[in-house]
Design a binder for this molecule. Structure first.
Ligand code: GLU
Length: 169
């Protein structure tokens, strides 16, 4: 079962999120990832395997920022690898998401999005969801919260998500 940890506040997000992910390790997972937003700069690190492998991946890199999200993945759509690990981003690169659960109608939604010009780099249902939110935001010209609400009316499944727009933190 996957785990989600997110933080926004005055402290450095990275150690708080890593600590939270480690507390969720007992649930079982196959890969881990983290997204950090620091004054409009987005850094994402993802790794198949343990949270400790993610820490090795991020070692020596920019882990600054007081806002971020982390995820331990239990793969349901796409094999466990670095690309399919969360967070996933939208085509514009602005929207970032972590997701627990399954989007049952992801194949039909993906097909529609492909016809509208979207491309996908992972095999996850999660990348479909984040692009669906982006598509709604563009079409309806609404804020992120509203776009999430509208997008979820089109989604069949059981899920928990964290999403942010790194350009509008
Ligand atoms: N369905 C998503 C995936 O396969 C999320 C799985 C999970 O809950 O960790 O990437």
């Amino acid at each position: 079962m996957c785990g989600i940890v997110a933080y926004i506040g005055a402290k450095d997000a990275y150690p708080i999120i890593i600590k939270g992910l480690k507390r969720l390790e007992y649930r079982g997972y196959d890969s881990a990832g983290i997204a950090l937003n620091s004054h409009g700069t987005l850094n994402i690190y993802k790794k198949q395997g343990k949270v400790s492998s993610l820490e090795e991946e991020a070692e020596g890199k920019d882990v600054s920022g007081s806002m971020g999200m982390g995820h331990t993945r239990w793969a349901t759509h796409g094999v466990p690898n670095d690309v399919n690990a969360h967070p996933q981003t939208s085509n514009s690169g602005d929207l970032v998401v972590v997701h627990n659960g399954i989007i049952e109608n992801y194949a039909a939604l993906k097909e529609e999005l492909i016809q509208r010009g979207y491309t996908f780099s992972s095999d996850t249902d999660t990348e479909v969801l984040v692009n669906l939110i982006e598509d709604v935001q563009k079409k309806e010209q609404v804020k992120l919260g509203k776009a999430v609400q509208i997008a979820l009316t089109q989604v069949v499944g059981a899920y928990a998500i964290v999403v942010f727009d790194h350009k509008k933190p």
